[in-house]
Design a protein around this ligand. Sequence first.
Ligand SMILES: [Zn+2]
Length: 173
Amino acid sequence: MSSAGSDGVRLAPIGYSPFDMQCPFCASSRTRVVDSRPIEGGSAIRRRRVCHGCRNRFTTYERSVVPLMVRKRDGRFEPFKVEKIQAGFASALADRPVTRKRLEAMIAEVEAVARSHGSQVDSDEIGRAVLTELREVDQVAYLRFASVYKEFQGAQDFEREMAVLEGKGEPAG
Ligand SMILES: [Zn+2]
């Protein structure tokens, strides 16, 4: 049905490749692109496809996915990983009375804040977003996370954060 060229590129101008998009109407994989055009100033491609199982046509969009990079305090970058946020919440909230649903909502909110910055975000921004969530939910967890995130030096740091929790001060960092 198809053949590979000498350079290894798969040639399939006629027929169906195993990588064809599945039909959203009948789930057949016997579909084919009938039209392809750039949209959104060339940053995306819109394709019209036809299903040879049920004859319906459908549209797909192709866009580049920009990976989110986190700039750490030492200036180095690392790929954003939601697992790191989960781990941060897990250690701060250990043995604290917070439901799984609430936890998942907080993680989703922090991820949304991180991604709202575009293709890169400072680790401090993520830390502040975690603190914002914890502050509303659990003061013990907030202080636990703040003590690590803000590298508390002594008692006055805790006193300052307690003042923040009581609405008498502005968060540092
Ligand atoms: Zn179909």
